[in-house]
Design a protein around this ligand. Structure first.
Ligand SMILES: Nc1ncnc2c1ncn2[C@@H]1O[C@H](COP(=O)(O)OP(=O)(O)OP(=O)(O)O)[C@@H](O)[C@H]1O
Length: 349
């Protein structure tokens, strides 16, 4: 697993040389540059999209309690690439991911996933599509405790009555490096090992796209690197498409592209990111005159870097601080509860 590394300025240049893929300079010149000298570019269509959202809006609740989590966003996710989604707390990252993955309904707009419009699908068809075409990795690992690692890995395929491709299974197990743990139950594995099993579960069915929501949020740095390395190699070696929501610039540095959200809108993207440029971008987008970001709690840095609510809030968008998430107001509302994304994408329970 050691050969896959996050982007650094040198690594980024080296990858360009190795792969012939456009490097940072070439990428930035293909579209409008957000600012002179910036690594940020406008987010726009990609040549071979695996997921596309157009004019996507998501409003939770009604009336005085309405919260616009996504405000007419267009999103283009490239096939066989690793895409990270970043933004401050409450900017709509999870909502976007849940809508793109067919876990949450949209208020308006369309979503196409691997050529199929999912925004108009019935729940029944969506559940079927999620089982067969989408891989999921969540922050809290949600493996079934009574099943072995191997049974957990094949569970979505078993439920979908899809035959397990043993060649793919072996390849995925090789990638996660846990062949000797396949008969163990989750309680007999470390947190990092459990999340690697969750990665295998997401990858084994060769899904059109893997969605990972803060997959390293509960892991130590070694396990974090292992999980990100698995995702990276699934893209490089299996042509997998991966979308990951993350708060961590270190994690985003493993991606090919970072899409930045703010206040329910897509504000920019960065290609071939590295940690420092991601941090600079967060700072630049949110607080150009603010203090230099140093070491410390990364989420606090990110939130501080973005915290300019009065100046930049789009009309109709409530700020996270007003949105009630911290007070739990919307979450106790009956209508919103019905809106809450599923934590069981496979329709097991
Ligand atoms: N079920 C819900 N009911 C009401 N409001 C919600 C619901 N889910 C999310 N929201 C609100 O929508 C907005 C976007 O939330 P979302 O969880 O997508 O943001 P996020 O960027 O993923 O945040 P975080 O980084 O804190 O997880 C927030 O203002 C949040 O309070």
């Amino acid at each position: 697993m050691g050969k896959h590394t996050p982007n650094s300025t040198d690594a980024s240049a080296a990858r360009h040389l190795e792969t012939g893929r456009p490097g940072r300079q070439a990428k930035t010149s293909r579209s409008r540059v957000a600012r002179e000298g910036s690594a940020l570019v406008a987010h726009g269509p990609v040549g071979d999209p695996v997921v596309t959202a157009r004019n996507l809006s998501k409003v939770y609740g009604r009336g005085d309690n309405a919260v616009t989590a996504l405000d007419s966003v267009d999103v283009h996710i490239a096939r066989s690439r690793f895409t990270a989604i970043m933004g401050p707390s409450g900017s709509g990252k999870s909502t976007l991911m849940h809508c793109l993955a067919g876990l949450d309904s949209v208020t308006s707009g369309t979503i196409h996933l691997d050529g199929e419009e999912i925004s108009a699908m019935s729940q029944r068809r969506l559940t079927k599509l999620r089982r067969r075409r989408i891989g999921f990795i969540f922050q809290s690992f949600n493996l079934v405790p009574t099943l072995t690692a191997e049974e957990n890995i094949t569970l979505p395929l078993d439920i979908a009555r899809v035959r397990v491709d043993r060649e793919r299974f072996d390849r995925v197990v090789e990638t996660i490096g846990l062949r000797d743990r396949l008969t163990h139950r989750p309680a007999e594995l470390s947190g990092g090992q459990v999340q690697r099993v969750a990665c295998a579960r997401a990858l084994v069915g060769s899904p059109a796209v893997v969605f990972a929501d803060e997959p390293t949020g509960n892991l130590d740095s070694r396990s974090t690197d292992q999980v990100l390395s698995i995702l990276r190699s699934s893209v490089d070696e299996m042509g997998q498409s991966v979308v990951m929501v993350t708060h961590e610039p270190d994690a985003a540095a493993w991606a090919d592209t970072v899409i930045f959200l703010r206040d329910g809108r897509v504000v920019a993207e960065m290609n071939q990111p590295d940690r420092d440029r991601v941090l600079d971008a967060l700072h630049e987008l949110g607080s150009p005159e603010g203090p230099h970001i140093g070491v410390g709690d990364i989420q606090q840095e990110v939130d501080e870097a973005w915290a300019q609510p009065q100046r930049t809030a789009p009309t109709g968008i409530r700020q996270p601080s007003q949105a009630g998430k911290s007070t739990g107001k919307e979450w106790s509302d009956e209508d919103s509860r019905a809106d809450r994304p599923s934590t069981d994408p496979w329709g097991i329970g």
